[in-house]
Design a protein around this ligand. Structure first.
Ligand code: EPZ
Length: 434
């Protein structure tokens, strides 16, 4: 395993380019299975989750080839309907295979996704949607078995206790594209990643209206064609770099971002004193305003609300914002694994139910910390960039699932961060007080 060593307390400067979206790329790989023709995906980020998805799709029988670092060719001419547990258990997003396999082959067998530290990850809404189209679903030996021989268009509702389901919407949408008749998806997720999926499906010949809204309408077609599709920029990666500039009181330029995907986040940055502005060629400049950072309150919600995937990183910023900030998780109420690690750095955070109450301090102290999941690792790295002294972040493999060349991009902005083997960890961390 590898670790990051970070020497904190220097302000970032310079520029960074955003990679393609992980949470768009994964359903798009799955969507390529809806056709027996070849699909080319461009601007795909280089992530371990992408590698996992490519391996799974290859195990299904498709030809999968990386033509260039960010360009993949998928030829799903002949595929089987079942995916291997060993690979699927590594990545929850493999559940996105249910819809395409059910739509194209009339059946699917996908192992239930494994547990997840950010909270319960049920798939009841996915199953309800597919049953709504007439599929017969059963769970046998931890495997979801779908018999979808005679699907028929129907009215579906995709909302749940915590709002719409993103990958559940993707599954229902992909299955509906090849389901005879008209299907309406009410309470559909309208994240930019779903819109990107709709755009790709339309280019494959799907008939979809209502794109960008919570109500999608699909008229099933007999078959779909291959396509060439460019993945949208990663809005969570973009926002993570905005937060890196803010937390280090730096000034950076972000290339390749899509500001229109950052609505609620950009609004919150304005509230807490971070200035984000777009130049004539769509580049984003980020700096902290003259009045400095301010405390804030935020609640995570489905899009267009504030993204749960930015809660951990924004909690790190709150640690440096004078005053009391409150961050409330409405999507994954227990998504606070980063908090105990931030406390090790001297943060003052108390957890009250689904809220983190943060008392902003002048600074934190570097410390050895443990990453628990993808976004928590980004939060710990942001805190390390701004803390006094050295921070060692362990289990960096979590980060590699969703951030493309993270340390290289941070180094390009002047951060002192390096990726080292776990053996480089200091044997004993000396007393914190000299
Ligand atoms: C997607 O996960 C993202 N992953 C997650 O990003 C993101 O946190 C999440 O959407 C919410 O925005 C990908 O797109 C690959 P959901 P997904 O179904 O689709 C409940 C990251 O860090 N729910 O929208 O699995 C669920 O418990 C990852 O990049 C049900 O109750 O999330 C949650 O509270 C983490 N039943 C809420 O809905 C279901 O059948 C939203 O879940 C499905 C979900």
């Amino acid at each position: 395993m590898e670790v990051f060593r970070i020497a904190g307390n220097n302000s970032l400067s310079g520029s960074v380019s955003v990679s393609g979206s992980k949470n768009s790329s994964l359903p798009l790989f799955a969507a390529s299975l809806l056709s027996s023709d070849e699909t080319i995906l461009e601007n795909v980020p280089q992530l371990s989750d992408i590698q996992f998805m490519a391996e799974i799709i290859s195990e299904l029988g498709a030809e999968v080839e990386r033509l260039e670092p960010n360009t993949w060719r998928i030829n799903p001419k002949s595929i089987v309907h079942y995916a291997p547990y060993e690979l699927v258990r590594k990545m929850r997003a493999s559940i996105c295979l249910l819809g395409p396999l059910a739509g194209r082959l009339g059946r699917a067998e996908i192992p239930m996704p494994g547990g997840c530290v950010i909270g319960n990850r049920p798939i009841d809404l996915h199953i309800r949607a597919l049953q709504g189209l007439g599929a017969k679903v059963r769970l046998k030996g931890g495997v979801v078995q779908i018999d979808a021989e005679n699907l028929k268009g129907n009215k579906l509702f995709l909302g749940g206790r915590h709002g719409s389901t993103v990958t559940g919407t993707a599954n229902a949408l992909m299955a509906a594209c090849l389901t005879p008749g008209i299907t309406t998806l009410d309470g559909a997720a309208c994240e930019p990643e779903i819109n990107d999926l709709c755009k790709m499906l339309l280019s494959m010949g799907a008939q979809i209206t209502g794109v960008g809204s919570h109500r999608l309408k699909v008229e099933g077609v007999d078959r779909l064609n291959g396509c060439r599709h460019k993945v949208i920029p990663d809005r969570i990666e973009t926002a993570t770099y905005v937060l890196a500039a803010a937390i280090t009181n730096g000034e950076i330029l972000i290339r390749g971002a899509e500001l229109s995907h950052l609505g609620a986040f950009a609004n919150l940055m304005d509230e807490c004193g971070v200035e984000m502005s777009e130049n004539q060629i769509g580049e984003l400049t980020v700096r902290v305003g003259s009045k400095g950072l301010k405390s804030f309150e935020v609640i995570t919600l489905p899009y267009p609300g504030f993204p749960t995937d930015l809660q951990a990183q924004t909690t790190a910023l709150a640690c440096f914002s004078p005053g009391l900030s409150i961050l409330t998780e409405k999507v994954y109420p227990s998504r606070f694994m980063h908090v105990p690690e931030l406390l090790r750095m001297g943060a003052q955070i108390s957890l009250e139910g689904a809220s983190a109450i943060v008392k902003g301090a002048a600074s934190l102290t570097g410390a050895p910390v443990m990453a628990s999941d993808l976004r928590a690792s980004a939060a710990l790295i942001l805190a390390g960039l701004a803390a006094k002294g050295e921070t060692w972040v362990q289990r960096i493999y979590h980060l590699d699932r969703g951030y493309d060349k993270f340390e290289k991009k941070l180094q390009g902005m002047g951060a002192e961060v390096e990726r080292l083997p776990e053996s480089a960890l200091p044997k004993s961390f000396g007393p914190l007080i000299d």
